[in-house]
Design a protein around this ligand. Structure first.
Ligand code: PRP
Ligand code: URA
Length: 240
């Protein structure tokens, strides 16, 4: 697969004139792909989890911080309705509240790493699971199991998977959700790192679904691993 050219930009706060160059996300033109702002903080967090010398405890800590940013951004994409309240000063405040019910759906195993970040923002959120594993030889996804909330068709679904390489696993998961009656426009896919070729095809195939990612990387290697990537997320989060 061809690799996209790296995109470099000066990274640092406005007040500093001299800024180091860092690789930032490949831009994507599709309007349903939302890439987190490439702030110095996000790039520093991504640098930690990409570094092969980062030990597991740090990998978990810094991944969790990025996951929190993704969840917070994902919640900005949910519709709200008017909700005026009266404050203790007796004045009124014209506010809003979320319109509908939500649920999380994690693609096991790596997607489960994102569940706590969702729970930290949405207390007692319902979470469904879909076990899809990529065949190590062919890279084709295989669906083994799913367990989803019964009323999922009436909820907004935050689909969780940190790595999006060929897109086979996420595509299969979205097809499961659609087959259970979830309208495409109620699915938000939260992802840490995506390949440009994968994410473009996915965005075109599901134009009403929203993708919120921290970074679109340069491409895929011969084994369909994201490059420069971070290796195997599940292994680094749970095993090594
Ligand atoms: C990883 C990752 C995605 C998938 C991405 O999971 O978490 O689900 O690969 O690759 P794709 O876009 O080419 O489908 P994997 O199947 O390796 O299982 P794991 O979560 O147990 O690590
Ligand atoms: N799964 C991962 O964990 N990493 C990749 O780069 C591709 C699939």
């Amino acid at each position: 697969q061809p690799e996209e050219p790296a995109v470099a930009a000066p990274i640092g706060p406005q007040y500093k004139e001299e800024k180091p160059e860092a690789t930032v996300s490949t831009p994507i033109k599709h309007s349903n792909v939302h890439i987190l702002p490439q702030t110095p903080q996000l790039i520093a967090l991504l640098t930690m989890i990409r570094d092969k010398t980062t030990v597991r405890g740090d990998f978990i800590f810094y991944s969790n911080r990025i996951i929190r940013l993704l969840v917070e951004e994902g919640l900005n994409h949910l519709p709200v309705i008017s909700h005026p309240v009266t404050t203790p000063t007796g004045r009124s405040y014209q506010g809003v509240k979320f319109e509908g019910k939500i649920c999380g759906v994690s693609i096991m195993r790596a997607g489960e790493a994102m569940e706590q970040g969702l729970r930290d923002c949405c207390r007692s959120v319902r979470i469904g699971k879909i076990l899809i594993q990529r065949d190590e030889e062919t890279c084709m996804p295989r669906l083994f199991y799913d367990k989803l909330p019964e009323d999922i068709s009436s909820r907004y679904c935050l689909l969780l998977d940190p790595m999006f390489a060929t897109g086979g696993s996420a595509t299969m998961a979205v097809e499961v959700l659609i087959s259970r009656g979830v309208p495409e426009e109620r699915i938000l896919f939260l992802n840490l790192i995506a390949s440009p070729q994968g994410i473009q095809g996915f965005a075109e195939r599901f134009p009403k679904l929203r993708i919120i990612t921290a970074f679109v990387d340069q491409g895929l290697d011969g084994k369909n691993y994201i490059v420069p990537g971070l290796g195997d997320f599940g292994d680094r989060f749970y095993c090594i």
